[in-house]
Write a protein that binds this ligand. Sequence first.
Ligand SMILES: [Zn+2]
Length: 427
Amino acid sequence: MVRPPDNRRPAPLAPPTPLRRADAAPPVRRASAAGAVLGTILDHGPVARSTVARLTGLSPAAVSGHCAQLLARGLIRERAQTTGPRGLGRPHIPLEIDTRRYLVAGSHIAVTNSTVALMDLRGRIVAQDRRPHRDPEPEQVLGGMAGRLSGLTAAAGAGRTVLGLGLATGYRVDTAAGTIIDHPRLGWRDVPARDLLTAATGLPVHVDSHSRALARAEQLFGDVSARDSCVLLFVGAVVDAAFATAGTVHRGPRSSAGSVAHLPVGSLGADRHARPPQGAEPCVCGTPGCLQSEVSEPSVLRRARARGLPVADFPDLLELAVAGDEVAKGLFRRRARLVGRVAAWLLDMFDPEVLVVVEQGAGRMPECLAELRAEVGRRSWVCDDPERSVVPSSFTGSVLPVAGGAVALGTLYADPLGPWPAFSAAG
Ligand SMILES: [Zn+2]
């Protein structure tokens, strides 16, 4: 790749366009204020309008206006009971998220399987269906998911309307263009996933990377301390990360923020000419000892087999470790230490409120989480409380169905008064 020289002269700046007062309240600002109201009701409901005003910093009149629109759309409802002693002024009728009318759909594409799921507006999984890929071609996988989704909605939707569909997957996803730019493990490049799924389902479709989706899920309905800022490190068959702050996930101009897969962590460091250790997975990057080649599921499985463990697949190996097999546990403890090393770097780089680790070993075995936190304690320059700052995923055991649904719910909560077709259809 040819890089531009560093001493480029900056282009002359265009004269600034004066701001006009009339432009001061575009629809986006109103929508995000409505999103703040809806998010506060999700967090604190049942909650009085006056409390929503205090928590969001919006005026009581603005909160009332937004609530009226959210009520009209069926996104929130008034709780029948009133709070406070009788006879003292107007009763405060608390508000809560209305989960009776709408659902969102989610789909997640992993290396060997895909998951479709239905989620209610409070982020609870209503139903899910995971299947191995029969044919990993994009049209087959995406088309198959559309059929499964309509079956799931008929069986478990209980008459509720699906507002939209979120798709999450690993590697590089361009949310604005609606494409999967590159998923080397599937061999997918520039797949127009949004258009294919919109055509197949008739639903509005939003796509994002799975780690960004899970970071948004933590902020919406996961760990409370992730609200201000969080870094999420995803360690599965694919390894990547995401950074979220103030309710927004950073994507980057190339849709590639969080590409940590090839950081050199192994015993061989960054020596591209060294031979990989026995059992290590050779990596496309050519760096033996990169994060992905040391800790991804295929790599850990390969090591387990090299150590003589008779395991069919990664879930098999995990269950063996959870059941107490010392060799299997040792592999997960090693993985936790390497993940801890990268967690320490990420904590130093971003200084987030929390770092969320999506890794099944740390999620299910306390000693692995302790090992990971101890490594953070040894290596981080800024984090002196890994017990508080490093947390396992709030969705251990359900990260795949949550990821897809969170893409759709994240979009809804960002702009609940936006042009969602289901609301227009309902009048
Ligand atoms: Zn690599």
